[in-house]
Write a new protein. Sequence first.
Length: 546
Amino acid sequence: MVLALDLARWGVPSLLVDAEFTTRRYPKGNTHNARTMEHYRRLGLSEQVRAAGLPPDHPTDVAYFTRITRHELARLPMPSAAAKVAAAREAGVFAQVVEPIHRANQMYVEEILAAACDCSPLVNLCRGWQASGVSQRAEAVHVTLRGVDDGRNVAVRGAFLVGCDGGRSQVRQELDFRYAGEDSLGGSLFGGPMVSAHLRIPHLRDWLTGREFWQGWTVNSEVRTDLISLDGHDEYMTHAALDTPIGAREMKVIVGRALGRDAEVDVLSMASWTAGRALVADRFGSGRVFLCGDAIHIFTPTGGFGMNTGVDDAANLAWKLAATLQGWGGSALLASYETERRPVALRNTAAARQLALNVHSVEVSAAIEAPGPDGDAERRRIGATLSHFGEEFASIGVQLGARYDGSPVVVADGTAPPPDRSDIYVPTACPGGRVPHAWLRDGSSLFDRLSPGFTVLRTGPAADLVPLQEIAAARRVPLGVVDIDQAGASDFYGAPLVLVRPDQHVAWRGSQIPDPLHLLDVVTGNGPAKDGSPEDRTPFDATRCA
């Protein structure tokens, strides 16, 4: 849905096919990180997303208990959604977290995205259909759609096909692409077969007064599981290891043990899956067919990286598809999708897998629930260990630090990027990374002033951009200019000129543009052919696939 909405910003129509007849009311991902929220902001949806999920003043703490209603072992305090937004707005000129991380379950946000798709004249959302066959030719992709309810087949065709169809991707199987990586951690809570459940626990909030949380862990010698608050009232999500088949009755028993008291528990839905995986496809596309999201990478949920990495895939791919369809994107542009995104997928899946070891690695004795000094000592020991697990929730480097070094459509300037750390993001305009954010003098965000296409940031004395602008106009490459005149801007960005791509990554920076024709050719994938002559720039005729 993010891909379709991003394409619509470019005026590109799409057919969005979903086997489900409605948005599923089943909880999945809970975290929309700072980068994903920036993408929602580009689509004009960030405020709607912030209104979903936990109430603005609800604590987003992660707390560890022997059992949810008994001893608290440790707490990682985190600000509420309202406090995070307020802090972002009060930060300095070059503050980087313009859209703070937000806790809202995927099922709520999918409803917002689906409504936006329904409202867009360029997105044709077709529910109750699934792909049953894919073939491609030089000029188009042909897909057979099968009706879920009646089995009726319909043939459609388009300029491109993107399989956003998850870990069991039919499109990936049609392409005969394979996953590679680590399949499970074995024995870990988030390292093998799992079951998750959507719960309603009507009275739990009353029992937690003053001890509320976003995620509450039960850690004892009998049961180890988590409980995630979905709406801040009575809906929750839990995960449990699937050692033996579990039904609603068994799930109620597990939840009761985790709570530490008898409680009314309604099991609304359940699903089994496999955690601990860190898998990345060997290819991201072939010809006119591409893959996106879980179809090319499988995560364990620790860290909340999976869905967010998929949204970032879509942001990378959308403008490249649009540029190709509109005739200003060269042959190297779509090829750069895999070059740029595969290293990010490998990096992020590895980070999530490492975090999955945390809670399971803590050795707990039965004394943790004992009364008296022995129990107090054990609880202090375990609490001290759990207090160090904040790195799972301090992943700003993963969120904002994805880089496309070595990409054929990024012009390196000889400077080295900062070290890649999951817990630290160092803002830099070194080509390849997300352009550092700045609040402009009128109070607006730089991200709100960027052109939908390329944007030149001018931080120093006025440079002559007319040659670049004339060539861009002749080639129909969208190009805007934003002047940043705050003190220290040139030093902060490392050059008086910075060229920003449509996905907000830096394509080039420097003090002047010595050869605007060559620069534009490289960053749009229209590099010179081997014989030195320009590549064919004949616009793609999208009407052939209407």
